[in-house]
Design a protein around this ligand. Sequence first.
Ligand code: ADP
Ligand code: MG
Length: 572
Amino acid sequence: MPIRVLDPEVVSRIAAGEVVERPASVVKELVENSLDAGSSQISVEVRGGGVSLIRVTDNGVGIPAAELELVFQRYATSKIASLDDLESIFSLGFRGEALSSIAAVAQVDIVTCAVGESAGSYLSLKEGVAVNQGSQGRSQGTTVTVRNLFRSVPARLKFLKSPTTENSHIANVVSQYALAFPEVKFTLSIDGRAVLRTPGSGQLIDSVIGVYGLEIARNILEVNRGDNGWEGEIATASLLVTGMVGSPAISRSNRGYLSFFVNRRWISSRLLAWAVEEAYHGLLMQGKHPVAIINISLPPKEVDVNIHPTKTEVKFQNERLVFSAVQKAVRRALIELAPAPKIEEVATTYGAPPAPSQTLWTSAGAGHRPTSPLPAAQQIPVFSLPALRLLGQLSGSYIIAEGPDGLYLIDQHAAHERILFEKIKLQISHQEIEVQGLLEPVTLEVNPRQDEVIKAHYENLTEFGFSIESFGDRTYLVRAVPALLHKKDWAGVLRELWDSPSVGNKGDWMEKIAISIACHSAVRAGQVLTDDEMRELIRQLEQVAIPNTCPHGRPTMIHLSSGHLEREFGRS
Ligand code: ADP
Ligand code: MG
């Protein structure tokens, strides 16, 4: 084929593909435009996974009637005029590509009324070409309606996931901006269901309640560090890290609860995720991730936002500085506001027997479960457990037992978790799950994201013995639960699962469900057990395949060999 310059139509389709990858990208661009227009109220409505309809309505400054047609031209923007402006950019948009890209792959209607204009105007486009235009009454602000997305691009349409998955991406975009702009009142409706609402009070905690619900909001701490107090490390007086982070008690099984905003732009950043996780080092179990909403403010010239058409990645001029500021700010919040459990010198604990109320783990804050890994020196892998003789219980949490080769200190919760996990796996493989009907059905309310996950994994839950019915508007009726969870926190199990990402294969999901049921039905730390109960637990533990770790990978026991004891007491 000879070399030639592509037709403008082909070029615009290709370019549109970069900006508009899926329905959620359209929602993101439209919401960003509404925010740039200074709106205090933004409502988003979608149907059919965003393919049939996306409508974003705002009360921002509007678009002057005379400029309405122009906004659909590629590179038409009111936000920058020169390259220099990029250095001081505070708006979310600046490339002038979104509306033209959307119009290239969908049917678009826009109705707008600009500040100071008495009447509004409208414009309809098909395949990027204006087909209808005129004046129409409306209050100040803009409504953009996008219909039949990708109808003219069948290849793209084919790559979209199920409407449920696309809805969950859309819910996530709106949730993120609701967290970034607490002063803006957001609503989201999906197929006529109101799935999200924030009050626009200006308080981040109110957005957290709207997006994540009360349980997370009750366990969240404020991050608020300016440029001072950093041991002189930050020389520029320009970097500010604010936001909120979850206490370790509300850790999640994926990174979906990490939100980062740079000068209020929602971005994804491995660097920042790493900084936050570093700050939680030792506070979370393996495989667990924190909840965090991190806002970074810095002079626009210190961050390049123009490295990708979707503007979701940024490049910091001084990555190390940003990393360390975020890590320290989060760590500080965690330590000042929620003192972490700390491990006492294990040798001392063994050297002098602990007072009855003392545990191997102590915490300045009450109610913490130990989450740090056990000290490595004491952690000897035990693959098959010998017959053990019960000696007693320590602090209502650990079983002390003697074996042919020394002392075993068993974490009763972790050990029971392992036993139950194996039991559930066996029951599932024989399809013999025991079910317990509830006396009265219980209603559970869920957030938009959880709602999408339930829809995707409803059947897996049924296999484990949950009987759940939809009861309208983000509400479900639970009629039966796995018998193991009878009188236990089965609602906690469901919430934990619904907070998992909906991706992953069925096997991963089944394991996740089994782990969660095992964890919530196991005996707790602090629960006093009778000698018979402890003997039974030891007996069952002797029979499982991997007795030395719980299904989360945490050790279930510490083994002090006779040799070790002799060395400690200076006999060898
Ligand atoms: P960009 O946001 O990069 O400037 P867009 O294609 O998204 O490019 O929008 C083009 C222009 O249309 C914007 O610069 C803005 O002037 C105008 N515009 C788009 N949406 C709105 C809105 N909701 N309210 C007011 N003006 C808008
Ligand atoms: Mg824009």
